[in-house]
Design a protein around this ligand. Structure first.
Ligand SMILES: C[S@@+](CC[C@H](N)C(=O)[O-])C[C@H]1O[C@@H](n2cnc3c(N)ncnc32)[C@H](O)[C@@H]1O
Length: 342
């Protein structure tokens, strides 16, 4: 009973999946690489060898002691660690291999640093830990304090197989938008011209260009965001079906630059400032185009009622969707508008 089996490296993932599906994988220990093969911990090596043999995977019994797997840090345990340090309410998110804690103020930094040290022993993929004090300025970049691990703010994240180059200190990125990027990209149809007025590092743009044969004009006022967007284009080169045209402009200058191009779809993901640019979005849209307008609204406020009267006759509100909780009292909504005519 127990022990491990050795399989050729090329077939290791397949073997692990098979053993796992048959309940034969011993999850308390970690697989290890040896001499071009992979040692996989199993609960019953004879049954494991039989199962692998039936699928034509060459396997041998092995005797090595495989290292125990450190238990994953569970939510309840995380809460307990934080509470022991006097942090009653804390939250964090992971961006690639960087963990960012939301700090309420600078007084919390010493406790968060200790929490980061404890987490670092238990979150195997995390290499750097930072505290975010606030998000500042037009570019929505965070004020960060390094807590633990590598002093590095650049990383690569994967959303639905799309790779994005991110620098948490230099350009806005929120991992909670990953589903929204995919959702909006799925609405695009081949042949569309899409303009993302506030593209950040290009989440919507990359998803669209990977999924559809569309031309995506991706603009942001932050040159760092545009630089990261260009890096992401290279990262996804082999899987892109569409085309990205990157711009580094104030969105209000888009009508001048896009004189000969009108959009089938405009994305306005700047929830704290989008309303000021609705006139610009209408100017660059074809009749019948769709505008995805993101709005920050206090709970209980009907977001449609925040739309200005002067633009009201120029579109129809087709759908309103709650996207994210921004704070306990505020939500981010997406309003899908259909531009009037033809
Ligand atoms: C909420 S973030 C965008 C997030 C991005 N769409 C995503 O999905 O990751 C808002 C962006 O608007 C950009 N921005 C702010 N004011 C702008 C302006 N006047 N023109 C163009 N971009 C602007 C900021 O630099 C920031 O990257």
């Amino acid at each position: 009973m127990g022990g491990c089996v050795e399989v050729p490296r090329q077939r290791a993932s397949e073997a692990i999946r098979l053993l796992s599906s048959q309940g034969l994988l011993d999850r308390s220990r970690k697989p290890a690489e040896r001499r071009g093969g992979v040692l996989i911990p199993v609960s019953d090596h004879q049954s494991a060898l039989r199962a692998l043999g039936e699928k034509g995977i060459d396997a041998e019994e092995c005797m090595e002691e495989l290292p125990p797997r450190r238990p994953r840090l569970e939510l309840e345990e995380m809460k307990k660690l934080a509470q022991d340090l006097g942090l009653w309410r804390h939250s964090y998110h992971q961006v690639g291999d960087i963990v960012v804690f939301n700090a309420r103020n600078e007084d919390e930094i010493p406790q968060l640093r200790e929490l980061a040290r404890l987490y670092s022993e238990r979150l195997p993929r995390a290499r750097s830990f930072y505290a975010k004090l606030e998000t500042v300025g037009e570019t929505r970049t965070p004020r960060l304090v390094h807590l633990w691990g590598e002093r590095r703010t650049r990383t690569v994240v994967k959303e639905h197989g799309v790779e994005l180059a991110v620098d948490i200190a230099r350009a806005y990125y929120n991992p909670r938008l990953a589903e929204e990027h995919h959702r909006v990209a799925s609405m695009v149809v081949d042949g569309e011209v899409v303009v993302d007025m506030f593209a950040g590092v290009g989440g919507f743009c990359m998803h669209i260009a990977v999924l559809r044969r569309a031309l995506v004009v991706c603009n942001d006022i932050n040159p760092n965001a545009v630089e990261l967007m260009l890096e992401s284009i290279l990262l996804n080169e082999g899987r892109m079906r569409g085309w990205i045209h990157a711009l580094n402009l104030d969105a209000s200058d888009l009508p001048q630059v896009l004189r000969r191009v009108k959009a089938d779809r405009v994305i306005m993901n700047h929830p704290t400032g989008s309303l000021r640019f609705l006139g610009t979005a209408l100017e660059i849209s074809k009749p019948g185009a769709t505008i995805h307008l993101y709005l920050l609204a206090p709970r209980g406020v009907v977001p449609e009622e925040m739309l200005g009267q002067e633009e009201r006759g120029r579109f129809e509100v087709k759908r309103v969707r709650e996207v994210l909780e921004y704070s306990p009292s505020k939500l981010i909504y997406r309003l899908d508008l259909r531009v009037a005519g033809p």
